[in-house]
Design a protein around this ligand. Structure first.
Ligand code: HPA
Length: 266
């Protein structure tokens, strides 16, 4: 059975308008869902299979407040196999299910001393440093995607309003996609700062490109787990990223739930 039919069968009355991708540390968002149906990627044709979806590997269909949503717990990263189009089919399926907005989350390193670990940063733009595209090999003129305002200004303004109403600090800046899986060298971090990046991470950019190709509006949020390599005495590791993400995950997920549930959709 194709994935859309599986989803329609498992949650026949739910028509999600917003899709959310959970990155490292954002898993607590699933606790905010009500009436949720959880479907492992293994049951969804064309979705990244366990072992490939680095973190998690389930789709939830449910509600955040009154908002019907599809939540993707786990994405396929470029560093896992070299392929950067692993999320093409899941995003196509969610678009066909009725989603018009993609909200992405990730963990990232900060390149700004004034944006310390545990900060939240809204993406205003990105640097595709890896110079890889999930649209290579795709036909049609639509592949020449316009990337101006890829991170939707109206959605960003909405996120700032929600953060402000909660007294939460929400930074905004440019996210650089480093292919990984190794962390950056201190020289690379100095280069990224010179290039105008505010944060660095190993995800999100391919999905933003895919989403814009599909005509989805995009909002993306980074949870800052560390300062970039060489900017502090901390030893960077995946365990450190996860531990830091865990610390702030409740507050971050609550803010995200409020941002998504209060989005007006038609
Ligand atoms: N670099 C790249 N990816 C990351 C980092 C980092 O410092 N922190 C969390 N994800």
């Amino acid at each position: 059975m194709n994935a859309i039919d599986t989803l329609r069968q498992r949650a026949p009355h739910l028509r999600p308008r917003i899709a959310v991708v959970l990155g490292s540390g954002w898993e607590a968002l699933a606790d905010h869902l009500t009436d949720a149906v959880q479907i492992p990627y293994a049951e969804l044709a064309g979705f990244p299979q366990p072992g490939v979806a680095g973190h998690g590997g389930s789709l939830w269909l449910g509600h955040l407040g009154a908002q019907p949503v599809a939540v993707l717990g786990g994405r396929q990263h470029g560093y896992e196999s070299g392929a950067v189009d692993g999320m093409a089919e899941p995003l196509r399926v969610l678009k066909n299910l009725g989603c018009h907005t993609l909200v992405q989350t990730n963990a990232a390193g900060s390149l700004r001393p004034d944006m310390p670990p545990q900060s939240l940063m809204l993406l205003s733009d990105h640097l595709n440093l890896a110079q890889r595209s999930p649209l290579v090999g795709v036909g049609g003129l639509e592949r020449f995607v316009n990337m101006v305002d890829a991170y939707d200004p109206a959605l960003r303004a909405h996120a700032h309003r929600v953060a402000q109403s909660q007294g939460a600090t929400l930074f905004e800046g440019v996210y650089a996609w480093a292919f990984g899986p190794q962390f950056e060298t201190p020289a690379e971090i100095r280069m990224l700062r010179l290039l105008g990046a505010d944060a660095v991470g190993m995800s999100t950019v391919p999905e933003t490109i895919l989403a814009r190709h599909l005509g989805l509006r995009v909002l993306a949020l980074s949870f800052i787990t560390n300062l970039g390599a060489g900017m502090s005495a901390e030893h960077l590791s995946h365990a450190h990223t996860l531990q830091q993400a865990q610390l702030g995950s409740l507050a971050a997920s609550r803010l995200l739930a409020d941002i998504v549930s209060s989005l007006r959709t038609q």
